[in-house]
Design a protein around this ligand. Structure first.
Ligand code: NG1
Ligand code: ZN
Length: 539
């Protein structure tokens, strides 16, 4: 390592002294103007990680669903997965090292992680449409270059597309070709094959309105449109030509406000969906004939997909197991429906897709979705091999067709990460194949009314939790207070946790009516404010 060169280049990306950031649920995220040094240093770190794993590593510059003014960065591990936990710690140390200590901290990491510095390194870089992203990704490149890493800059891509590129490059093309063209071809081929059996060609099934959150999803759907146009026509809204990123639109807005996005013309019973700012989340929604808004969130997406997969498994008659993974934010009705009606095992993990992803790997087929619409389906290698073998060997026509469909589903899901585009195509295929309207899908079960709120506290880390974040451990007395409040309502449930991406404590409450869910959420927020050091206005 040329420490002099590192010191010299680092001075061009100086760290504001005293600034402390944490590699959280989704990497580093904060106001864009505080991130230049972090980007440079993540370029350096990506090179070390690449040398250590002898693989291509990804660096994505995005702040997903957060406001336009924010930005962020995360590293993508060799199989398209989130960065390993021990390296998250390295990332935090490196980002927070004061200017003069940084080269030494970098050396320490390299020694601790037993990195062979002679090894080659290859980094792929992507960014979202934020106005600050281009310059910040250039700082990543500066970091990569000073450590003599090779790189390929994919420029504007969705987060899942970058994960896909990493996965492709580390599996020597077996998974797909590491280009955008390769991505579109792989997905569209699987989609067209999956849907070709259907006779249904009514327009209402084939056209979908997409709210792109004024983000990267719009550009990429435009690029992909003609690949799938025979099976699906998408009409794009909030495509970034006028509105502000994630502002009053997008999956996060729609989910957390339980309202239609602005800038989208919705007629009653029309199927609509919303992506988030980097296109790794999707939720569906529609207005009914009375003009009421209905949200179909990640839980209902998981239900639709897992029931479809379960039917196909029954059809082919193989004993492959299937499990659904959720977080505490999953609506209570969804968990009940999955367990009691569909008889699928359901597991709860901590928030953040890396936790869900990890758990989902324990099954032959692991379906995981966060309620906010971030998720995918993982097939174990063994399950994939079995299914591919069955499509060749089975003689029974019906069983063979079912196996073929499962094979298409495998190809259609971006197994490296939750992907709004993949998810959308799978959902559209299932609705078409099963001849389901959005209302019929929605009617699988009724969501319990719920409310999410945020509370500002001096130090959100005073709140620690257990039982997949469903119980508070500290500060003392808070869990007891929540228990007492929950008892006052029917069908109620509430929990609180420090956010991993924002400086707030999140509060979630569910109850038998919207009024009750709102009032429980408010009461719990007040308890947090009083017992966990609230600041600013009392909730
Ligand atoms: P935090 O800020 O830790 O709640 C949010 C989402 C996560 C996940 C991450 C990463 C909720 C309640 N939380 O995390 O599910 O998607 O952002 O983007 O939706
Ligand atoms: Zn996102």
């Amino acid at each position: 390592m040329d420490l002099d060169a590192i010191t010299e280049y680092s001075a061009l990306h100086p760290k504001p002294s005293g600034l402390i950031l944490q590699y959280g649920t989704a990497g580093f995220r904060t106001k864009a103007e505080h991130l230049d040094h972090v980007m440079f240093r993540m370029g350096l770190l990506a090179v070390l990680r690449s040398k250590q794993t002898k693989s291509t590593i990804g660096v994505m510059v995005t702040a997903s669903h957060n406001p336009e003014e924010d930005n962020g960065v995360k590293l993508v591990d060799p199989l398209g997965e989130m960065l390993a936990p021990s390296w998250e710690e390295h990332a935090t140390c490196l980002a927070n090292a004061e200017e003069q200590d940084m080269p030494r901290v970098l050396m320490d990491i390299s020694v601790k992680a037993a990195v062979n510095l002679q090894q080659d390194a290859f980094i792929v870089i992507g960014r979202d449409t934020r106005s600050t992203s281009e310059k910040l990704s250039q700082s990543v490149i500066d970091g990569v270059t000073v450590l003599e890493g090779q790189f390929h800059d994919y420029g504007l891509v969705t987060t899942p597309q970058l994960h896909y590129m990493v996965y492709c490059r580390n599996t020597s093309g077996q998974y797909g070709e590491a280009t955008l063209e390769g991505y579109y071809q792989k997905l569209s081929k699987a989609f067209m094959e999956l849907t070709k059996q259907t006779l249904c060609s009514e327009d209402e099934y084939r056209s979908l309105k997409v709210d792109c959150a004024n983000g990267i999803g719009a550009l990429k759907l435009k690029e992909m449109e003609h690949y799938v146009s025979q099976g699906l026509s998408v009409q794009l809204f909030n495509d970034g030509t006028k509105g502000k990123l994630n502002h009053l639109c997008g999956a996060d807005f729609v989910k957390s406000h339980q309202k239609p996005p602005q800038g989208m013309e919705m007629k009653s019973n029309e199927r609509c969906c919303s992506f988030d700012g980097d296109a790794d989340r999707i939720v569906y929604h529609y207005l009914d004939v009375d003009g009421h808004f209905h949200l179909i969130d990640g839980d209902k997406i998981a239900t639709l997909i897992s029931s479809f997969l379960k039917e196909l498994l029954l059809e082919i008659g193989e004993s492959l197991n299937i499990g659904v993974v959720q977080t505490a934010y999953a609506n209570g009705s969804s968990t009940r429906y999955l367990e009691e009606v569909m008889k699928v095992p359901v597991y709860c993990t901590k928030t953040g897709v890396k936790h869900l992803h990890h758990k989902a790997q324990e099954f032959d087929i692991g379906v995981y979705f966060e309620a906010n619409g971030h998720g995918t389906v993982l097939f174990s290698k063994a399950a994939e091999t079995k299914i591919r073998q069955l499509t060749k060997e089975l003689e029974d026509e019906k069983r063979k067709a079912a196996a073929k469909m499962l094979e298409n589903v495998i190809d259609l899901f971006n197994q490296a990460a939750g992907d709004a585009i993949s998810d959308m195509l799978v959902i559209e295929a299932i609705l078409t194949l099963k001849d389901l309207t959005i209302q019929q899908w929605d009617a699988l079960y009724m969501d319990l009314p719920n409310r999410q709120l945020k509370v500002k506290v001096a130090d959100r880390q005073v709140i620690s939790t257990t039982d997949a974040e469903r119980q508070v451990v500290t500060p003392p007395g808070l869990q007891e207070a929540i228990n007492d409040l929950v008892k006052k309502y029917k069908l109620s449930r509430a929990f609180v946790r420090p956010s991993g991406t924002e400086d707030v404590v999140r509060v979630y409450a569910e109850a038998d009516s919207q009024e009750n869910a709102d009032s429980l959420a408010r009461a719990v927020s007040l308890a947090v404010f009083q017992l966990a050091g609230g600041v600013g206005e009392t909730p």
